[in-house]
Structure formats: structure tokens, C-alpha cells
Write a protein that binds this ligand. Structure first.
Ligand SMILES: Cc1cc2nc3c(=O)[nH]c(=O)nc-3n(C[C@H](O)[C@H](O)[C@H](O)COP(=O)(O)OP(=O)(O)OC[C@H]3O[C@@H](n4cnc5c(N)ncnc54)[C@H](O)[C@@H]3O)c2cc1C
Length: 307
């Protein structure tokens, strides 16, 4: 368990207004704890190394009991659950094309040893992440998906920077600034490294570029933001940077069409839960009303639903 601190620059910030509204709606007996703190409390409540004069912000929302998971362990668990239930995991295979014939889907797969195998199934799920759009195109489904670059960095090992000598909690700035819509990061408790990301605002316009390359703008914004928060970080070396794909523009979860795509920037956090609903829907169990909105022809869910 750990905490989060969201910084706000102005009281007109739409996110700030929403959060204020949400806090006022939390019933008194709710165990969720979130609190607005003033800049003068940042050193005490966030980090003793925090900028002593943080002019950029009017307040921060500190929420407690947030949790973080290790993706590798989660993926391993999901695979093992599948195997225990009688499933098979095939490594290093490539789905080449798929085509629907009535209630069946034929899927052509190239296997690890370069054999071509055609599967015919009543339940095919396209959950190919950044490769999903191409398969949709080959099936004549116009999903309008596109990959967007998302960049990350990790520092060298550092002493614990959080309050009471613990690791630094997740810090988040959600301003629309220099082409990014959020900068965030946290300190890994086991190694002391800070791992962070910046979410792109403009990358949809750059999809024709090589998305695997990190940008100068990314390195500049994370350096600026992290050293604004904790000035001592200005001299700290970055150990590695990398970039991966988000699939935009929206979640499309549609059991009738076999689509589980467009997981965007929250896919690790939310997709396991949504996948469970997907199975419930296939089995005829009740699903929440918003699940229907995620269909290809549905309106989707607004970005704010996740904030
Ligand atoms: C740098 C970065 C940081 C992120 N941080 C967070 C975070 O903090 N929290 C969060 O919730 N989400 C985060 N995300 C988003 C999250 O990773 C995605 O939303 C999520 O991984 C999407 O899951 P998926 O299963 O739909 O697709 P993926 O995880 O992309 O999985 C799709 C798989 O299909 C494979 N594939 C593609 N095409 C084919 C093909 N033709 N044949 C066979 N296999 C194929 C791919 O190789 C891949 O293994 C982050 C993403 C990035 C890039």
C-alpha cells in the first residue's frame, strides 16, 4: 500500500473542481482517505526533500491506501490460472489474419516453428494491443484505433525520499503543459529508483513517426518537473528510458464482435476487471450498464470516468 499526491496549479483546473466535488460526496463512514493539503505542508506530508518554495501549486490532493502491482507477476498469475483451468499457452506465435464466417471465426496463426495453423472457433477475442487495429482492418471492422507513443524513465538507486524515511509516493501533475497532459512517478521501495512517465497530449498527430524512440521533449519535461518537485533530483542520473504503445482513442469491448481493444493508458489497471465482465457477458451473467457503452457502436466512456 502506498499513497498518491496530485498537484493542482489553479482552482479552475477542471480536475481540481471534480475532485473537490468527489471529496464532498464521500460518506463520512467511507474508509477511503483523501485530503487536500497546502504547499506549506508538502515537506511534512510528501517528502522532507520537497521544494521549500513550491510556487507552481496551490494545493495537492493526497490519497491513501493506493496500491501498485508488478505487471510481470500479474501476467504470470493470469497465465497459470488459464493453464490450471485446462488452457494452453503458445509462445511466440503471430496472428496473421482472421475472418468471420457466420458464428465462427477462422484465425490463421504462424507458430513459433514457422508452421501455419488455421483455428476455427466460436469465441475469438482480438486483444492484440497495438496490433489490434491491423487485424480489425483485415476483418473489415472499422475500429479507428491508432498507437500512441508513451515514454518512461528510471533513475539510478537513490536513498528513500518519502516521508518518515520511506519511499517517495506517486507524485502526479496533470496540467496540460508543453505537449503533455500528465507527468508522474514514484520511488520503488526495493531499489530506491524513481520510475516515471509523461502522458502525451499531441502524439496522435505524430503516429507516422517511429514511436519507439524517446523524445527530447520527454526528457526535458520529466527533468523539469521532478527537479521542481525535489530540487536534489536535478543532479541524479537516469539509468534508462524507453517507449511503448498506448492504443487510442477509446476502449472498445464488444463480445459480439470479439473485440477487447483500445486499452489506452489505464489498460493494466482496468483490463483485468473488464475482462471478467467480458466473460460474465459471454456466460449470460449480469453486467453493469456501462459495459454496454463500450461496444464498437456505443458512445464509449469519457476519460474523466477514470480519474
Ligand atoms: C510506458 C507505458 C506505461 C504504462 N503505464 C501504465 C500504468 O501505470 N497503468 C496502467 O493501467 N496502464 C499502463 N500502461 C498501459 C497498458 O500497458 C496498456 O493499456 C495495456 O498493456 C493494454 O493491454 P492489452 O492486453 O490490450 O495490450 P498489450 O499489453 O499491448 O498486449 C497485446 C499483446 O498482443 C501481442 N500482439 C500484437 N499483435 C499480435 C499479432 N498479430 N499476433 C500475436 N500477438 C500479437 C503483443 O506483442 C502483446 O504481447 C502503460 C503503457 C506504456 C507503454
Amino acid at each position: 500500500m502506498t499513497g498518491n499526491a496530485h498537484f493542482y496549479a489553479t482552482s479552475e483546473d477542471e480536475c481540481f473542481v471534480q475532485i473537490r466535488k468527489l471529496i464532498s460526496m464521500i460518506p463520512a463512514n467511507n474508509t477511503t482517505k483523501a485530503e487536500m493539503i497546502a504547499p506549506k505542508q508538502f515537506r511534512e506530508e510528501i517528502s522532507p526533500y520537497f521544494n521549500a518554495n513550491p510556487k507552481k501549486y496551490i494545493s495537492a490532493l493526497v490519497s491513501e491506501d493506493c496500491w501498485q502491482a508488478t505487471p510481470g507477476k500479474v501476467v504470470d498469475l493470469v497465465r497459470n490460472l488459464g493453464i490450471a483451468a485446462g488452457g494452453t499457452v503458445m509462445e511466440d506465435c503471430r496472428v496473421l489474419e482472421a475472418c468471420r464466417e457466420g458464428k465462427y471465426t477462422s484465425v490463421l496463426v504462424q507458430t513459433h516453428d514457422k508452421k501455419y495453423v488455421e483455428y476455427r472457433t466460436e469465441h475469438f477475442v482480438n486483444a492484440l494491443g497495438s496490433g489490434a487495429g491491423k487485424l480489425c482492418d483485415s476483418m473489415g471492422i472499422d475500429a479507428g484505433l491508432y498507437p500512441v507513443r508513451h515514454q518512461a524513465f528510471i533513475t539510478r538507486r537513490l536513498p528513500m525520499l518519502g516521508k518518515h524515511g520511506t519511499n517517495l509516493d506517486m507524485l502526479i501533475d496533470r496540467q496540460d503543459y508543453k505537449g503533455f497532459s500528465a507527468v508522474y512517478g514514484q520511488q520503488i521501495a526495493y531499489t530506491g529508483q524513481i520510475i516515471g512517465c509523461a502522458s502525451p497530449k499531441l502524439d496522435a498527430m505524430r503516429i507516422d513517426k517511429n514511436l519507439k524512440v524517446n523524445t527530447k521533449a520527454f526528457l526535458e519535461i520529466v527533468s523539469e518537473m521532478f527537479s521542481e518537485w525535489i530540487p536534489d533530483l536535478a543532479g541524479v542520473g537516469i539509468q534508462a528510458v524507453w517507449a511503448g504503445y498506448y492504443t487510442e482513442p477509446r476502449y472498445i469491448v464488444d463480445p459480439e464482435l470479439g473485440l477487447f481493444v483500445g486499452m489506452r493508458g489505464h489498460g493494466f489497471m482496468l483490463s483485468q476487471y473488464i475482462a471478467r465482465m467480458y466473460v460474465d457477458k459471454l456466460l449470460g451473467r449480469p453486467v453493469p450498464e456501462y459495459f454496454e457503452k463500450l461496444k464498437l457502436n456505443g458512445p464509449g466512456l469519457s476519460e474523466k470516468a477514470f480519474k
